[in-house]
Design a protein. Structure first.
Lengths: 601, 190
């Protein structure tokens, strides 16, 4: 690893950690329903919304009602997003006159954005109208993020409250998170991004004149648009010269800001954050990475504050940071080392004062190896799945890191809310294992962990591996699944495994060579995304309800502390053990096999 | 059920208006007033004609221009409507074949140059629209460009150095030059 790679990591972590306490405290205030200084106008708007929607802000919900409200809200959101896509041709703000996407693609996209996955089987700049992007996709960037956060808050309340029947009010939580946390930060970030070159307009696509005309080959087609072939079956090509380049436009910055802040990751353009109009320079790259980490990291402080012991939050954050540094180091080292097959051709891949070197296939010069691998690590340890470099072209082990990040269940920072609630489930499993070892009833934060909590924790943790591995198995068994791979051999298997891992964990990044815009993948991945999102959420809310009802046991000599180094090690061990035991066999068939083949040449 | 259905639907619609209509319109309004050039694509105009964007790369193949990075977009390189990478895996024979062809093209255009070729000049970018090349890739091409334009190598290297960027805050941004800006500057020289 180069000094620059370490330096960028240090800068990124320093800014993130500095923001944890102030933002964490602010979110705790917002979620505890306290009036927020400086947002008096917001309070009036909030009251107006509740009156208009027939919501009693003082009414509290038990976990079942909270879960039903969440599911109904999200199901309606999915229907609305589906309808909006299908109807976009007849709606305004469609200067390129795009038709609506077909049903399987629209279904996949609707589920994808509702579940905070933002898997994209479509090419945005030639598919989606500005209205669909901003009033459909970007709206769910806000609401799916808010949904994740309120589930984490509900679980925290379950731990913090005792002998209580309720865990909060879903409508109020959702509204407050959106209005007071997501909107203001997104607004500021969007404007900073514009100042750096991210576009924000409603113009038609622009045509510019190239400095040097470009000549290229294009397949010849008949009157019906079918490609023509010669007698021997080779496609007939014709030579074309163009003097122009078409530049896509649109309201990008407003969507880019919430795309990162809400750990969503769905790009306005096909190249996602590699596109210069989404991520024009190294500074915007840093800001986008910070925006991804900000809320998941700060929620650990919110957690510590709400349960009345901030050390608990710092312990969880410490476990996250330790794993993050390790994962980044492996990814960065692998990419910086470069491709031995290119070295054999005499290509210069060594870092110097004039280039970043390394494996630059699928990477942008302005980000280099450091800015690409740090982005890949933060986008896959969280549920973001944005990419500023193409993971499919990473070296085998470099590409395995994003894959493994997701397989750990996205608990290293993790998605907004989903990272914290998944990590707290691992904490419960961790104290359970420790309890078994020392022969005591496990407890966490003064709450006894009993059969119901353990069953629900097992459900929450095991759903993901089950749907990922079953989905992959089905896809490699079917011709329709195998047909999608773009690369031969073990790498093709990795593409399929990556797709289902990404969908099951609601990440949304891809080994993007895979052709996923087919009826098979749109449907299969749509189902996996839905189950991977809402099955664990219901289990987590059940745990929240059960814990809230329990009495708090006072700390005694036999209580295992859950804020020291021992607990941090236990938590990391639990996460790695569950992730590794479940997925190492699958990884051996994909990236590990490919790595051995590459270096044995 | 109605007690859940009504708030769910109305809240969804209200929040859609706030986050999906008001928010992007307010951002657009402020952006168009405060940063109009950036918000509209950092476009470059010469003699009343749009000739590109500072942020979006263009393809070059003439010896007298600096070449941009290979682009995986189709059917033509640097197609603004088909952003993306090649997604070829590191072991894929197609990747190795493509790199070999690019090396051959660079060598053919500059037969006397036996320096190792910087990696970014023979690998496709992530966006297919990468506006930059590394400083190393620019210096590698300096001799060819100088010869094709009848300039001295020192003049061309000076021009590269004047356009060099990178190293913001010590750790941000890799050493690079913007190819379109560099080529436009060349055209005003000669």
């Amino acid at each position: 690893m180069t000094a620059q790679s370490w330096g960028l990591l240090a800068l990124f972590l320093a800014v993130t950690l500095l923001a944890v306490k102030p933002l964490g405290l602010y979110m705790a205030r917002v979620m505890e329903g306290e009036p927020v200084a400086g947002l008096g106008a917001g309070a009036r708007l909030e009251a107006l919304i509740y009156r208009f929607c027939g919501i009693d802000p003082a009414g509290q919900m038990g976990w079942k009602r909270y879960a039903i409200a969440l599911l109904v809200f999200n199901a309606l959101g999915a229907l609305l997003l589906y309808a909006l896509q299908r109807a976009q041709y007849w709606l305004p703000l469609n200067p390129q006159h795009f038709a609506g996407p077909p049903p399987d693609s629209a279904f996949n996209t609707a589920v994808s954005f509702i579940t905070n996955t933002n898997w994209q089987s479509y090419t945005p700049e030639t598919t989606m109208s500005y209205l669909t992007q901003m009033a459909g996709l970007a709206v769910q960037n806000f609401l799916s993020a808010a949904t994740g956060i309120v589930v984490a808050i509900a679980l925290i309340r379950g731990l913090a409250r005792h002998s209580a029947r309720t865990i909060g009010n879903f409508w109020v939580d959702l509204t407050r998170v959106t209005l007071y946390v997501l909107l203001p930060i997104a607004m500021v970030l969007a404007l900073v991004l514009v100042s750096q070159g991210v576009i924000q307009n409603f113009s038609r696509y622009k045509t510019v004149n190239l400095l040097q005309p470009v000549t290229y080959q294009q397949p010849r087609v008949n009157a019906a648009g079918q490609p023509l072939a010669s007698a021997s079956g080779a496609p007939l090509m014709r030579t074309v010269t163009t003097r122009t380049q078409t530049l896509p436009m649109g309201p990008v910055a407003s969507q880019e800001a919430i795309k990162e802040l809400g750990t969503n990751g769905g790009g306005f353009f096909n190249a996602n954050s590699a596109h210069p109009y989404e991520n024009p320079n190294a500074l915007t790259n840093l800001l986008e990475m910070l925006a991804i980490a900000l809320i998941p990291a700060a929620l650990t402080y919110t957690f510590g504050h709400m349960v009345g012991d901030t050390r608990q939050g710092w312990a969880v954050l410490a476990a996250m940071v330790i794993m993050f540094v390790g994962l980044y180091a492996v990814c960065n080292h692998s990419e910086q080392r470069g491709n031995p097959q290119l070295a054999a051709l005499g290509v210069d891949q060594l870092p110097s004062s004039q280039q970043s070197g390394g494996n630059m296939e699928g990477k942008e010069v302005r980000f280099g190896i450091a800015g690409s691998t740090l982005f890949a690590t933060i986008a896959t340890t969280t549920s973001t799945g944005a990419v500023n470099s193409m993971h499919d072209s990473y070296m085998p082990l470099g590409g395995m890191v994003p894959l493994f990040d997701m397989m750990l269940g996205e608990v290293v920072f993790g998605g907004v809310g989903s990272g914290l609630y998944s990590m707290l489930i691992f904490a419960i499993i961790g104290v359970f294992i420790a309890g078994l070892m020392i022969g005591r009833t496990p407890e966490y934060l003064g709450k006894k962990i009993e059969a119901f909590e353990m069953k629900m924790s097992a459900v929450a943790i095991l759903v993901m591996p089950f749907i990922v591995l079953m989905g992959t198995a089905v896809a490699v068994s079917l011709a329709a699944g195998r047909a999608g791979t773009a690369n031969p051999g073990a790498h093709g298997f990795s593409e399929i495994l990556y797709a289902f891992t990404s969908a099951g964990n609601n990440n949304g990044s891809a080994f993007a060579g895979i052709s996923a815009d087919t009826a098979f993948y749109n449907t299969a991945l749509g189902i996996v995304m839905w189950l991977g999102r809402f099955w664990p959420i219901v289990a987590v809310l059940a745990i929240a309800g059960s814990l809230a009802a329990k009495k708090r046991i006072p700390v005694s000599a036999g209580t295992m502390p859950t804020h020291g180094p021992t607990f941090i090690a236990l938590l990391i061990g639990t996460v790695l053990l569950v992730g590794a035991l479940t997925f190492v066999p699958a990884l051996a068939l994909g990236p590990i096999a490919e790595h051995l083949m590459l270096w044995s040449h | 059920m109605k007690s859940i259905f009504r708030p769910a639907l109305t809240l969804l619609l209200v929040l859609t208006v706030i986050t999906g209509v008001i928010y992007p319109l307010v951002v657009t309004g402020i952006a168009q007033v405060a940063f109009p050039a950036q918000a509209n694509g950092s476009l470059i105009k010469r003699h009343g004609r749009l000739i590109g964007s500072r942020l979006i790369g263009q393809p070059f193949s003439a010896p007298r221009y600096f070449w941009s990075r290979p682009s995986a977009s189709s059917p033509q390189p640097y197609n603004g409507l088909d952003s993306g990478g090649s997604n070829l895996g590191p072991l894929n024979p197609a990747l190795i074949a493509a790199v070999k062809a690019r090396i051959a093209a660079l060598r053919a255009a500059d037969p006397g140059n036996h320096a190792p070729i910087p990696v970014d000049l023979v690998t496709a970018s992530g966006s297919g629209l990468d506006p930059d090349i590394s400083l190393a890739a620019a210096y590698y091409q300096a001799g060819r460009v100088a010869r094709a334009r009848g300039l001295s190598v020192a003049e061309v290297r000076e021009l590269i150095a004047a356009h060099a960027r990178g190293g913001e805050l010590g750790v941000l941004g890799d050493p690079r030059v913007n190819v379109l800006e560099l080529n436009l500057a060349l055209d005003t020289m000669k």
